[in-house]
Design a protein around this ligand. Structure first.
Ligand code: NOJ
Length: 534
């Protein structure tokens, strides 16, 4: 069935029950290559994930987001897709994907898959045909170069990974790639590109997935005429201003079309935008009622450990998404950024802050995204040998994303074994020796462990009616301390490097550090968060 859907064709009878499950969902990101290796080749895969799904269930997640596992030459960790309907043999087969979705559903977990619509792989049949001079060329952005012999790129755009955003094809024209040369950008003005992605979405929806994480959701539409920017170091401008290749208004029409498509399926399928927008207000445009359900809140992720700035960011995020009726998302880490234990200073201090930040964000209204291993308090691995690094940004000089292998090291499950339970073989990136003590098995049952802190936080989040979706109010607090209340509940965060005395807010439920209290007051430990029942 390839019926074209417009908003007008979608009626209530096409849609399933609207539960709004995503408004307060805790969604766990699995970086497929680094989660669990089922076939002993040192690389994570779908059967490996399926076998480890009980971990997500025990943790208390509502859904899992899987990074791309489609057929790919892996020039950018699978974000270079050669066939959107095939599972790369590295990760398993289509029937493994089907089994994984079914097993997740059996456990009560929803499954979100990554979709990469801004670019394909240079090995995608369309691009190969385009290079051979076929009509498929019109589905990409080929342009003649500048200069006497066309030897200069068509404009001054730079790749996010460093270097020019253009590569010259053998016939002399140049093609655009906002990321690596192996990731040619599609031309979304071409109707066949739009039709193809509708069909790809349907393929995975028909298989039963519950939604999509949309890669570079702000990038598909480029400004007419592809104008120069007139500035270098453009990657640093991303997220601070609208660029001719990012956050163009035209992307919203695409998202509206996809929302209609999602709504035509039962079971409330969702989409979350990876969109780097210059302000919370522009980000909120992606989650208007007829567009996507959620967008990652990178404003909070990039916010310093500073109470005032954190409070401003929370306010700005809630105000912007609230204005369009959408929930905010809270995310501290993902596969593109330095893990937050390390961003917050590393070592014991980094871990202290990371634990506190987790309790703080999990108490805020909205949905939360967790990145695999953050529940173990894993730090960034900063000493990987250069020859093992696979991030194209590393090999093309520091782009916006920096070097991203250090947050992608396979996670430890057990204290022993060649890869701490990740699989039978040595993992594709080596794990530090210290990870033995950070494994799931080592932390399980230890009430002071980060894993048990997350488990308890997620369990309470389910139990307490005041958490999840809804509203919050700030309470008066000394400088450096944040306190907010939700129905029946208070969260305090002490960002300072020393303890702070406060009037007792309530009965302590959960704390990221050892809190002291008597009948009337409490001593909040340095860099800690506490959940209180009131
Ligand atoms: C964002 C993804 O998260 C990142 O890993 C990837 O390199 C770029 N998009 C390009 O697809």
């Amino acid at each position: 069935m390839t019926q074209e859907l417009t908003t007008a064709t979608v009626t209530e009878e096409h849609t399933g029950p609207r539960t709004g499950w995503w408004r307060d969902a805790v969604i766990y990101q699995v970086y497929v290559r680094s989660f669990a290796d089922g076939d002993g080749d040192g690389i994570g895969d779908l059967p490996g994930i399926r076998a480890r799904l009980p971990h997500l269930k025990d943790l208390g997640a509502d859904a899992v987001w899987l990074t791309p596992f489609y057929l790919s030459p892996q020039a950018d960790g699978g974000y270079d897709v050669a066939d959107y309907r095939t599972v790369d043999p590295l990760f398993g087969s289509l029937s493994d994907a089907d089994d994984l979705v079914r097993e997740a559903h059996r456990l009560g977990l929803r499954v979100i898959v990554d979709i990469v619509p801004n670019h394909t792989s240079d090995q995608h049949p369309w691009f190969r045909a385009a290079l051979a001079g076929g009509p498929e060329r019109a589905r990409y952005l080929f342009r003649p170069g500048k200069g006497a012999d066309g030897g200069l790129p068509p404009n001054d755009w730079e790749s996010v990974f460093g270097g020019p955003a253009w590569t010259r094809a053998p016939d002399g024209d140049w093609y655009l790639h906002l990321f690596a040369p192996e990731q040619p950008d599609l031309d979304w003005d071409h109707p066949e590109v739009r039709a193809e992605f509708d069909s790809v979405l349907r393929f995975w929806l028909d298989l039963g997935v519950d939604g999509f994480r949309i890669d570079v959701a702000h990038g598909m539409v480029k400004a007419a005429g592809l104008p120069d920017i007139g500035a270098s170091e453009q990657a640093k401008l991303i997220g601070s201003q609208v660029l001719p290749f990012f956050d163009q208004d035209g992307v919203h029409e695409i998202h509206r079309g996809w929302r209609a498509l999602l709504d035509s399926y039962d079971g409330e399928r969702i989409a979350v935008a990876e969109a780097w927008a210059p302000s919370p207000e522009r980000l909120a445009l992606y989650v208007r009622p007829d567009e996507l359900h959620q967008a990652f809140n990178f404003q909070f992720l990039t916010c310093d450990w500073d109470a005032e700035r954190m409070r401003e960011t929370v306010d700005a995020s809630l105000a912007a998404t609230g204005a369009v009726g959408a929930p905010t998302t809270w995310v501290l880490s993902n596969h593109d950024v330095v893990r937050h234990v390390t961003r917050y200073g590393g070592g014991e201090r980094g871990l202290r802050r990371a634990r506190a930040a987790a309790l703080f964000t999990l108490a805020l209204p909205g949905s939360a995204y967790l990145y695999q291993g953050e529940e173990l308090g894993l730090p960034e691995v900063t000493d990987l040998p250069d020859e093992l690094r696979q991030d194209p940004a590393f090999h093309r000089a520091a782009g916006q994303d920096g070097f991203r292998d250090g947050c992608r090291v396979p996670i430890p499950w057990t204290a022993d074994g060649p890869s701490y339970g990740f699989g039978e073989a040595a993992p594709w990136l080596p794990q530090p020796d210290s990870w033995r003590g950070l494994s799931v098995a080592s932390q399980s049952g230890d009430p002071h462990s980060t894993l048990e802190l997350y488990r308890e936080a997620l369990a309470l989040r389910r139990e307490l009616p005041g958490l999840g979706d809804g509203t919050m109010d700030w309470l008066p607090a000394p400088r450096g301390v944040l306190a907010f209340t939700r129905p029946g509940f208070v969260c305090t965060l002490n960002t300072l490097g020393h303890e702070v005395q406060l009037p007792l807010p309530g009965r302590p439920l959960l704390t990221s550090g050892a809190v002291e209290f008597d009948g009337t007051s409490t001593l909040l430990p340095a860099e800690s968060a506490v959940w209180w029942a009131i």
